[in-house]
Design a protein around this ligand. Structure first.
Ligand code: CP
Ligand code: NVA
Length: 308
């Protein structure tokens, strides 16, 4: 049985991705009906966090508990990872004990190296380059509210960061058009722009990106690890703030998403999250359901079957 990881959205075929998103909706309905579904009794998720988290930690940990298993929070501060034990050795050891691993870290190469030496599926819970789990939730939310994704136009306005890169992968995988507006010098990785030029377009202004869009999404101006750039970024990103007036330029049925945490008065105006077009709380909840569907997919692919 080939070992499957989820380091970027490209680790799934479009068909698998579509199936996981549909399954996420089923799991959500079951959860809301209070149905107990515990396929992973006795199974463990190891969660390595080298950066802070609210949503990712709670959704993975809760998801695993709801599935009848457990999750272990591992921080470099109190594991040997923080004292220089090589990632390759850590991967070999941790993956002999747990059934699936989630990692949030800085360099994307770290999750790749961990996956290379792991005996169990590895999930990227955010790196400097990609945040594919958030995209599962965003795509699930769009499907839930609007039915179809293919052929739609999405807009990314703001930093060309890890979230933006995962939106680029999503556009390719699910066949939507992505318009990106970023300040000069903060555009997404040019190699991704070139490779996915068939579905991704860099546009000059926020207004160009918003026009006709079915979804507008943004993120903080300074990501984790970029705190020292906060002041410069505030100046450079000011014209890219998302406001209700900007949403008015979009399709009448536009949705606004933000992976959160949000900074009111910076990347979004003070009142934006109160606008009916903003669906960020539903989006945040869907982290739970989407990642349950992902873990179920990865572990069943591994040959694990539901425990009786
Ligand atoms: N959106 C997201 O990943 O949130 P956390 O940083 O709180 O996990
Ligand atoms: N781009 C942000 C996302 C946080 C969920 C960061 O990397 O900090």
């Amino acid at each position: 049985m080939a070992l499957r990881h989820f380091l970027t959205l490209l680790d799934l075929t479009p068909d698998e991705l579509t199936r996981i998103l549909a399954r996420a909706q089923e799991l959500k309905a079951m959860q809301h009906l209070g149905q107990l579904y515990q396929p992973f009794k006795g199974r463990t998720l190891g969660m390595i966090f080298e950066k802070s988290s609210t949503r990712t930690r709670i959704s993975f940990e809760t998801g695993m508990i709801q599935f009848g298993g457990g999750a272990i929070f591992l921080s470099p501060r109190d594991t040997q990872l923080g004292r220089g034990e090589p990632i390759e050795d850590s991967a070999r050891v941790i993956s002999r004990m747990v059934d699936v691993v989630m990692i949030r870290t800085f360099a994307h190469a770290t999750v790749e190296r961990f996956a290379q030496f792991s005996n169990v599926p590895v999930i990227n819970g955010l790196t400097d380059d990609f945040h594919p789990c958030q995209l599962l939730a965003d795509l699930q939310t769009f499907l839930e509210l609007r039915g179809t994704i293919a052929g739609k136009t999405f807009a990314w306005i703001g930093d060309g960061n890890n979230m933006c890169h995962s939106y680029i992968h999503a556009a390719h995988q699910l066949d939507f058009k992505l318009k990106i507006a970023s300040p000069y010098g903060f555009e997404p990785n040019p190699q991704l722009l070139e490779k996915y030029a068939h579905c991704v377009q860099l546009v000059p202004t926020s207004e160009d990106a918003a026009e006709g869009a079915h979804l507008i999404s943004t993120d903080v101006w300074a990501s984790m690890g970029q705190e020292s750039e906060q002041n410069t970024r505030k100046r450079r990103f000011a014209p890219y703030q998302i406001t209700p007036r900007l949403l008015d330029l979009a399709s009448p049925d536009v949705l606004f998403m933000h992976c959160l945490p949000a900074h009111r008065g910076e990347e979004i105006s003070e009142e934006l999250l109160d606008d009916a077009r903003a669906v960020v709380w539903q989006e945040a909840e869907n982290r739970l359901h989407a990642q349950k569907a992902l873990m179920e997919f990865l572990l069943f692919e591994q040959g694990l079957t539901a425990t009786p």
